[in-house]
Ligand binder design. Structure first.
Ligand SMILES: NC(=O)c1ccc[n+]([C@@H]2O[C@H](COP(=O)([O-])OP(=O)(O)OC[C@H]3O[C@@H](n4cnc5c(N)ncnc54)[C@H](O)[C@@H]3O)[C@@H](O)[C@H]2O)c1
Length: 242
């Protein structure tokens, strides 16, 4: 099947890694549906459409299952070839200081969203007997000080991915995850310089990654070249292990 016939949903794609993924997929001639809770995504998609002509934008809070059902109700479920579950937030605090709302927001956005979006489209993929699911986890899944909420969500994403790989492989659906290390985006731009320098020191390549680095790995996992890769993790972190 040619890429233009493959429609990919990318969540959290109005900026950062999600936007770079969309840009890369459009260059590869995939059709893309951008999803973000920032309403600006509609304009972002319109602007990209002037160049590529195969991109839609949908405003949706993917942490909310009912909102997802509502936002995606007009999409033909058999039209979706791939899902990139990228939307995520962090609300860092040492666990002794972590408030319930910091836990709740991160688990809902970074983990429930992966259930919500995948659940809506998985039966269409099963009927089509093909599909790709790419989940964006994080090096923090391994445990990181100040990120009990984020690490729990991102480790959950890995368990979810590996289970779907086992359950859905027989339907020719492949599920894999990407583990970005420290990537330059608005999320990490908020960090104080001191913390950024500490991280860079721990990266064997001694530099911060770019959203395009994650986009390249994502495009690979949606490409026919990765047809026999299922239930795997690709680390995009310059060698960083937390
Ligand atoms: N930047 C990094 O260093 C890094 C490292 C590891 C993993 N990640 C992961 O990569 C993904 C993208 O991160 P980023 O750095 O590009 O973040 P970002 O904050 O720059 O962009 C995240 C995008 O997701 C959207 N979003 C957030 N919550 C949403 C929701 N509930 N519904 C719909 N859209 C929502 C935001 O509006 C934004 O456009 C996240 O899952 C993040 O955890 C990032």
């Amino acid at each position: 099947m040619e890429n233009s016939k493959k429609k990919i949903i990318v969540t959290g794609s109005n900026r950062g890694i999600g936007y770079a993924i969309v840009d890369r997929l459009l260059r590869e001639k995939f059709s893309v549906i951008m999803v973000d809770y920032d309403g600006e995504v509609i304009n972002t998609a319109k602007n990209l459409n002037k160049i590529y002509n195969n991109v839609d934008g949908i405003q949706c809070d993917v942490s909310d299952f009912n909102a997802c059902n509502d936002a995606f109700k007009d999409i033909n479920k058999n039209e979706i070839y791939g899902i990139v579950n990228n939307a995520g937030i962090n609300r860092d605090a040492l666990f002794k200081n972590m408030e319930y709302n910091q836990w709740d927001a991160v688990i809902k956005t970074d983990l429930y969203s992966v259930f919500n979006v995948t659940k809506i489209f998985v039966n269409g993929m099963i009927e089509n007997n093909c599909g790709r699911i790419v989940n964006i986890s994080s090096a923090s899944w391994n445990g990181n000080i100040g990120q009990a909420n984020y690490a729990a969500a991102k480790a959950g994403v890995i368990g979810f991915t590996k289970t779907l790989a086992k359950e859905l492989g027989k339907y020719n659906i492949k599920a894999n995850a990407i583990i970005p290390g420290f990537i330059k985006t608005p999320m990490t731009d908020q960090l104080p310089d001191k913390i950024r320098e500490k991280f860079i020191d721990r990266i064997p390549l001694k530099r911060i990654g770019l959203p395009e680095d994650v986009a390249n790995a994502t495009a690979f996992l949606l490409d026919e070249k990765s047809d026999y890769i299922n239930g795997d993790l690709i680390e995009v972190g310059g060698g960083l292990v937390l």
